[in-house]
Design a protein around this ligand. Structure first.
Ligand code: AMP
Length: 478
């Protein structure tokens, strides 16, 4: 029933100028700040402008309205018609709220042409007023199915000149029991028309609708850049003065073993690490001003699971290659939406869902909007007040790092350290974690429960036949 799309679409982020749009429309898009296409637009506009029937899987926030609005506007015949104001495009929406939003967006996109008339027809407003508006004529009608049928039955709405029918949020319309109403309306539209169906999900009812009312529709699916099955995203609105405290609330509530916390500035990194350490968290800051040796030490501790929270700027976290992160916290929402996707992509793992927690103040809502566009879906907000302290006391990392003075220079190898701990010292291999041998020192992670004993026994014993100096790395930040 549906044909796969075999044509090549421009990439998301491509300019609208690659589309066959009028120069005035391109200028209008630039004025609106629409500089690049969203993924849904890049995938659907070339087909929609070519006149194909489309089934587009897209969510609110993906830029889907412009995807159908630009197509229907490009086809409008504004002059030289026998019926100058005949309805040429009809958009069905599940709710009045959505219909209002759609009409607003269509009007913005119609600014490049003079005199395009778009009308909303929804319940809750006297029929008579709407009839009067219809008598004045409209090129585009946006409405909810029930009210549109009222107008059709009264003969106030004529669809003989229609060329585009849009079903927006078709899955929601089906959920709300509008199947028969949609069918009634579609039957009154001319057979020679383009039908564009937008839906966030693809239940069976959608395939039925498509079979009944669409002609060889092509399907457009945009793979979200954020795999919802892998990453659970939660957004929290905060005031700037509660932002740092909110991070500790999140840590105490979700208790992730390892969290990468992103800040937009070095100063914010330092402030947050200080606050967290003061509250008893094993937190370390990674920023551009650390010496190489300090940076290595921070990374070793985070990688070997003896640091719960690594606070970093994007630049500092570049090249950080650590799998199995339970959580990413966006302490500041980045104005670069692509960077946000990159940040949270560090947490999704093969075997379990990663947590991506983002804090945003009112000032950052513009950045949140950009994230919604690029990821192709709206974000979900959660109240900070719902965060509770999970049982289990202070959040501590499972491991502790011991530093042995001596490294590659002394020809120490990981096996020597493991041998010292599991041999004479009497520990099980399962109690020993990652061993990093650097030039002058060796770091070994040991189970938190055995940290003191391991320190004592290593100090008392020998590594590679020699006495060594050992210390707990944690001491430095307490
Ligand atoms: P929608 O998914 O249609 O509700 O659109 C979400 C928001 O993105 C609306 O506020 C649009 O005005 C805006 N928008 C749509 N397309 C673009 C684009 N290519 N660039 C920037 N903003 C856009």
């Amino acid at each position: 029933m549906t044909r796969p799309d075999s044509s090549v679409s421009p990439a998301a982020g491509a300019s609208f100028a690659v589309l066959p749009l009028a120069p005035a429309q391109l200028a209008n898009l630039a004025t609106l700040g629409y500089l690049a296409m969203t993924p849904v637009q890049a995938a659907s506009l070339p087909l929609a402008l070519a006149g194909d029937d489309l089934i587009v899987q897209a969510q609110t926030g993906s830029g889907k309205t412009a995807a159908f609005a630009l197509a229907l506007l490009a086809k409008l015949r504004l002059e030289g018609q026998s019926q100058p104001f005949a309805v040429q495009a009809l958009v069905l929406c599940p709710t009045r709220e959505l219909a209002d939003q759609v009409t607003t967006e269509i009007r913005r996109l119609a600014r490049s042409e003079d005199n395009v008339k778009a009308l909303t027809l929804c319940g809750g407003v006297p029929l008579r007023n709407q009839q009067a508006s219809l008598e004045h004529g409209a090129h585009i009608v946006v409405g909810t199915p029930g009210r549109l049928i009222d107008h059709l039955e009264r003969g106030a709405l004529q669809l003989a000149a229609l060329t585009t029918l849009v079903l927006d949020e078709a899955d929601r319309m089906l959920d709300m029991g509008f199947h028969d109403a949609i069918a009634t309306i579609a039957k009154q539209c001319p057979k020679q028309r383009q039908t564009l169906l937008f839906s966030a999900t693809y239940p069976d009812g959608i395939a039925q609708l498509a079979q009944q009312f669409m002609r060889a529709p092509k399907t457009v699916k945009v793979r979200s850049q954020v795999d919802a099955a892998q990453i659970e995203q939660r957004f929290y609105q905060v005031r700037d003065d509660e932002r740092l405290h909110a991070v500790s609330l999140l840590l105490e509530h979700f208790r992730p073993v390892r969290t990468l916390a992103f800040c937009n500035t070095k100063q914010q990194c330092r402030d947050l690490a200080d606050v967290l350490v003061a509250q008893g968290f094993a937190a370390l800051a990674l920023h551009g001003e650390l010496e190489q040796r300090e940076r290595d030490q921070v990374l070793v501790q985070f990688a070997n699971r003896s640091c719960s929270v690594l606070v970093a700027t994007d630049v500092a976290a570049r090249g950080l290659d650590i799998a199995q992160l339970e959580a990413v916290i966006n302490v500041d929402t980045t104005p670069d939406a692509q960077l946000h996707i990159h940040r949270i992509g560090r947490t999704g793992r093969a075997d379990a869902t990663g947590l991506a927690l983002s804090l945003a103040s009112l000032d950052e809502m513009g950045s949140v909007g950009k994230i919604e566009l690029i990821q192709g879906s709206e974000v979900t907000w959660y109240p900070l007040a719902e965060l509770t302290q999970a049982p289990g006391g202070r959040l501590l990392p499972p491991m502790v790092t011991l530093q042995i003075v001596g490294g590659r220079k002394e020809k120490i190898r990981p096996g020597d350290v493991l041998g010292a701990l599991t041999g004479e010292a009497g520990f099980r291999a399962g109690q020993i974690g990652k061993i990093n041998v650097n030039e002058f020192s060796t770091y070994v992670a040991v189970d938190r429960q055995i940290a003191e004993q391991a320190l004592q026994r290593l100090t008392a014993g020998k590594v590679k036949g020699k006495k060594v100096k050992v210390r707990l790395v944690q001491d430095e930040r307490a």
